[in-house]
Design a protein around this ligand. Structure first.
Ligand SMILES: Nc1ncnc2c1ncn2[C@@H]1O[C@H](COP(=O)(O)OP(=O)(O)OP(=O)(O)O)[C@@H](O)[C@H]1O
Ligand SMILES: [Mg+2]
Length: 239
């Protein structure tokens, strides 16, 4: 018997009234994989993240994590099981310090403030924001705030992290740094699914790319094959 994949999504549907935001989506992710999730605006990428992370209850279909059915879990249950996320529009606590924001994530695993502080300090070093720990989060640039969300997610000690457009608006140098950060996350045996429009940020580092268009998975393949896929090209460029 082979072990269950870390994440298995089977026939997932998510409807908002009559709008089908995710239609019959299936895929699997193994520990330590980097998966790029791409598709035009409104394709259903963030909706899929919201289903995986417990923010939405799927209309139909199954989500299994470590072989356990987790569809319809709460965000806190998802985090406890090891699914962490960032938000396309950042949701930091602006009046708290950078370090305190990350401690909020760490408190999921410990009740001791000193232990949470130590864990949060480690994550700030990991993402390169240790020199900003004492400033209010509101004072960070947007790209720093996105990194802060990555640190807060990592502080929950996930097995799977969902990154929603952390490279948007970054300079080419910052995009390279963000790609390197994702590769360092992989070395911690954490799987990453990255939603991104910045192709140069994800194509070189993804093991596989999954493409959504109008709620449907239209392709799943290695990055080089995706770039040549006629259905993918049509989805982006139109007929
Ligand atoms: N809470 C909601 N209520 C109603 N409709 C929603 C809701 N969330 C998303 N949608 C709709 O579902 C579809 C998919 O949206 P989603 O945000 O998942 O797209 P996306 O692929 O993340 O797009 P983008 O690249 O622009 O972020 C869109 O038509 C959107 O308007
Ligand atoms: Mg989105």
């Amino acid at each position: 018997m082979t072990a269950a994949p870390l994440l298995a999504v089977e026939g997932l549907h998510m409807m908002f009234g009559g709008l089908v935001a995710n239609r019959d989506i299936s895929f699997a992710v193994e520990t330590g994989e980097i998966i790029g999730l791409i598709g035009p605006n409104g394709a259903g990428k963030t909706t899929l993240f919201n289903c995986l992370a417990g923010f939405y209850t799927p209309t139909a279909g199954a989500i299994r994590f470590n072989g356990v059915s987790v569809g319809g879990q709460s965000p806190e249950q998802a985090a406890r099981r090891g699914i962490a996320r960032t938000f396309q529009i950042v949701r930091i606590f602006p009046e708290m310090t950078v370090l305190e924001n990350v401690m909020v994530g760490a408190m999921l695993r410990t009740k001791k403030v000193s232990a949470a502080r130590a864990a949060a300090e480690n994550e700030l070093v990991f993402i390169g924001l240790e020199h900003r720990g004492d400033v209010k989060a509101a004072q960070l640039t947007v790209s720093e705030q996105k990194r802060l969300e990555v640190a807060r997610a990592l502080a929950t000690r996930p097995q799977l992290i969902l990154l929603d457009e952390i490279m948007a608006g970054l300079t080419p140098t910052e995009v390279r740094e963000a790609s390197q950060m994702v590769q360092r996350i992989r070395t911690r045996d954490i799987a990453c699914i990255i939603v991104e429009h910045v192709m140069e940020g994800i194509m070189p580092i993804s093991d596989r790319i999954i493409v959504l268009d109008a709620g449907v998975k239209i392709a799943e393949d290695a990055p080089a094959a995706i770039a040549q896929n006629p259905a993918v090209i049509t989805a982006y460029l139109g007929d």
